[in-house]
Write a protein that binds this ligand. Sequence first.
Ligand code: PGA
Length: 252
Amino acid sequence: MKLILAGNWKNYPESPEEAINLLSALARRAKIFKKLSTFIIPPAVYLGSAAKKIKSFAYLGSQDVFFSGDSTVTGAVTADMLRNLGAKAVIIGHSERRRLGETNQVVSEKVKTALKSGLIPIVCVGEEVHDSEGNYFELLNEQIRSSLEGVRRKDDAHKIIVAYEPVWAIGRRAKEAMQPTELSQMVIYIKKVLTEVFGRDSAGRMPILYGGSVEPSNAKDLVTSTGIKGFLVGHASLEAKSFGEIAQALLK
Ligand code: PGA
């Protein structure tokens, strides 16, 4: 299986012209992105342009998906709409959305909605603080179980990508990211929880990504013998050059 590289643009760039320029710059590096499973995940307003531009070298992803029992809701972008536009994946439960009030329960509903429409959920989990007592293990355990509640063990679990994103490591510089030794431990722990919930077979097929200040300078160390299957990259995905360098690091 190819390693995964997902670029989460968040709420950038601010103009369609900049978005097009970034997409064009990424397209010039198509060759390297094709060697990975690359996902470009722009803000919703640029999904249409991105869908056309990246088709030959990357998959399109959305940063969120609407979930509700109501069928008519102003402002909603549904899973079927995303799918019909050509999206392949959707980030669910990013810490920046959890901070706005998205609960584990909402995350689990969104995960099921995405699966039903054939979108790959990229489910974000991660602790706010990495305390010395190790309380984060329990928090992560609970977050993984509740965020994936109701996911069918045999049919659906293996379609999910888990993105481990320690909140304290997001949006910083490479040297403040999680260190590889610690990341290895966290990956083992996440695998253990997933195995308990979904069984060895399904859990073994669920890729675990790392996100949190991945930059060209730390990418290689973070992927070497830590057990991760790729990255969810924030700020460094907004420059084609650095995103391309991270792709290179994954391929080494
Ligand atoms: P960052 O963001 O790479 O800027 O830390 C990662 C993320 O929030 O997905």
